[in-house]
Design a binder for this molecule. Sequence first.
Ligand code: PEP
Ligand code: MN
Length: 338
Amino acid sequence: MIIVLSSTATPAQSDAVLERIQSLGFRPHVVRGEERTIIGVIGDDRRAEPAQFENMPGVDQVLPVLRPFKIAAREMAHGPTVVQVSPKVAFGGNEVVVAAGPCAVESREQLFASADGAQAAGAAMLRGGAFKPRTSPYAFQGLGELGLEFLDEARTRTGLPYVTEVMTPSAVEQVAAHADMLQIGARNMQNYDLLREVGRQKKPVLLKRALSGTIEELLMAAEYVLAGGNSGVVLCERGIRTFEKATRNTLDLSAVPVLKEWSHLPVVVDPSHGTGKRSLVLPMALAAVAAGADGLLIEMHPQPDRALSDGPQSLTPEGFADLMRRVRAVAAAVSRTL
Ligand code: PEP
Ligand code: MN
């Protein structure tokens, strides 16, 4: 449940509410707004009775949060959350943030060519995996630490912050020491140890929807990170597994407005993994921005035919520049910038 304090509540009244929450075995989540403070009662709140708070001095309203996620719930914030990645880049504001780059970091040259293409076309961020979750254990698994070093160099070269995947709890510290934003891949959306570990550190998190994850499960995964104390979570729709074979995954664009209705967290769309096909990336990117996405994750490779992973869905730098031009027009049509 959520306790809304009245605008005239005194600090002592607010403290009394916090104390009662704790004495009942819950954890308070305090969100101070300009006018009002809201306090989430975090824990298994089936045991909490609104009457235990309703008549306390300084309490204006007690509202139930009907869905199982709490800190991620829209009611738990005063408005959309803005997740700051760097001084210039933030998800959830008026700007649509485009992160572009290769599926995997393959070499310094390949990454620099991608980063230069991303920057020239106006991308705000670079993407690229150093640790790759591959379906086959025999497929290229990424360059690991060396990949992170190349990403650092690409950031210095272009000024673009980057997002890269972290696959295991034990690697979180290592990846967080380099990256501007940590990606939790679709295959790890319900790796609760990993979610807890990224929740304990400060870098923002890009959380991808699992291949068979419901929207509610995605938000429950976000809840793990938020409950750990990291408020910088960006949700990513990247396609789900359905019976349809024409596309690699079925990009569920309705997830964008659903997530916006249910949560205050920013939402981005990955039309590359969402479709698996280069020709479909542009139309779905345009549709995603029209549907209200706060950002896009786009795979781009200097030579897609030679890519060690996800070549068929990777744009060329020219294709990406074209996408940026067209996305800019759609962003303007929905009163957003790029
Ligand atoms: C990726 O972004 O390169 C990736 C592996 O994505 P996903 O986890 O969505 O498959
Ligand atoms: Mn990929």
